[in-house]
Design a protein around this ligand. Structure first.
Ligand code: SF4
Ligand code: SF4
Length: 363
């Protein structure tokens, strides 16, 4: 994560936008100082905007992953509508005014939205660092071109298995693996054709007994020319709880794999050393070693306006409330949200990569 963040920041620096860059440095320093002085714990209030906001544009998805709780959530059946293009624009204006630098689109599968390219283009035009996470099942050559034409900074392709039967069992699809691998090829080729600076990353879920699959995915992504790969332990959601606990993790083999990748692969490892060293603990069911700062760093907005503090809470459908246009800054800065932040800090339920990486960065 830090390497991807750093390259996005370096790219931004190249554009000569020093004012923007100083703003980010201030934000980082402020969070670090709050953490060091213990102010995080005392008040729970935050005067800095979330660093990344994830608009979950839809719950619709062509996959049917057994561990996913989003795909069955269809409030549209009750007459609610997914956030419109105009509503996304209003949200972006609010976030820009608040000082949020990064927007990370996710779903469901965001490519089911017909206006996704317009949304990406609009978000870049408004000056954000932009990323998109997709499972690639709806991505063809043309779509890859369109996505890269928006100038976004990062595309994350979820890829967990390299064989068709394994992939289909994991993602609940038919012949999905071939499509996901083809999507990676389309993205890499489109990037080369356009000489785009967009980074193409693989987001890969590691299973306790699945180090062999992880090795195969890394080799494939490396061979095909992806820029980076992010790893995360598989999380399961049961009874309102999140857990990675699973038997059979071979920590030695995993360490060996990581050291091989660093030594012999061209592809970058997006996950930090500190984060990867927590996998043994995660699979053993031991809680993470640090406070959770997601209440300071991130926010997710569901397709029907649900406000979630983190991805696992979104998976558990535990929202803080509902987003009301032009009231987000008020919500973020309110004493109530401050108290909620303090509760979140004590949570030790997950090892979700983006949240845990930020927790390690500011600890
Ligand atoms: S690809 Fe993502 S959103 Fe779709 S079913 Fe799987 S986990 Fe859920
Ligand atoms: S540890 Fe943090 S990111 Fe994970 S579920 Fe708890 S509040 Fe969410």
């Amino acid at each position: 994560m830090r390497s991807t963040l750093t390259s996005c920041l370096v790219d931004r620096l190249r554009t000569g936008d020093l004012k923007w860059f100083c703003g980010r440095f201030q934000q980082y320093a402020f969070l670090k100082i709050l953490r060091r002085t213990g102010r995080f714990r005392r008040s729970g209030r935050s005067t800095v905007a979330p660093l990344v906001v994830t608009p979950m544009l839809t719950y619709r998805c062509p996959s049917d992953c057994p561990m996913c709780t989003l795909k069955n959530r269809r409030p549209d059946a009750k007459g609610k509508k997914e956030m419109s293009f105009e509503a996304v624009g209003t949200l972006l204006d609010e976030l820009r005014a608040m000082g949020t630098p990064g927007i990370s689109y996710a779903g469901g599968e965001p490519l089911v939205r017909e206006d996704i390219i317009d949304i990406l283009r609009l978000t870049k035009r408004k000056g954000f660092l932009v990323s998109l996470t997709t499972n690639g099942l709806l991505l063809d050559d043309r779509k890859a071109e369109d996505i890269l034409s928006t100038g976004l900074d990062m595309v994350w392709l979820s890829l967990d298995k390299v064989s068709e039967p394994d992939y289909d069992a994991f993602r609940g699809t038919r012949a999905g693996c071939g499509k996901a691998v083809a999507a990676l090829r389309f993205l890499v080729e489109a990037k080369r054709r356009r000489k785009a600076r967009t980074r193409i990353g693989i987001s890969h879920v590691v299973e306790a007994r699945g180090t062999g699959q992880t090795r195969a995915i890394i080799d494939l992504a490396d061979e095909m020319g992806a820029d980076t790969i992010a790893l995360a332990p598989l999380h399961r959601f049961d009874d309102g709880k999140v857990s990675c606990a699973a038997p059979g993790f071979d920590a030695g083999a995993f360490r060996q794999l990581i050291s091989d990748v660093r030594r012999r692969c061209r592809i970058g490892l997006d996950s930090t050393k500190g984060y990867l060293s927590l996998f043994e603990r995660a699979f053993a069911g031991v809680p993470p070693p640090c406070d959770c700062l997601t209440g300071y760093t991130m926010l997710l907005i569901g397709p029907y306006g649900e406000v979630f503090p983190c991805a696992p809470y979104a998976m558990l459908d535990k929202s803080y409330g509902v987003y009301e246009p032009r009231r987000l800054a008020g919500l973020w800065g309110s004493p109530e949200f401050g108290r909620y932040r303090k509760e979140l800090m004590a949570c030790r339920m997950c090892y979700w990569n983006c949240h845990t990486e930020y927790n390690l960065m500011f600890r």
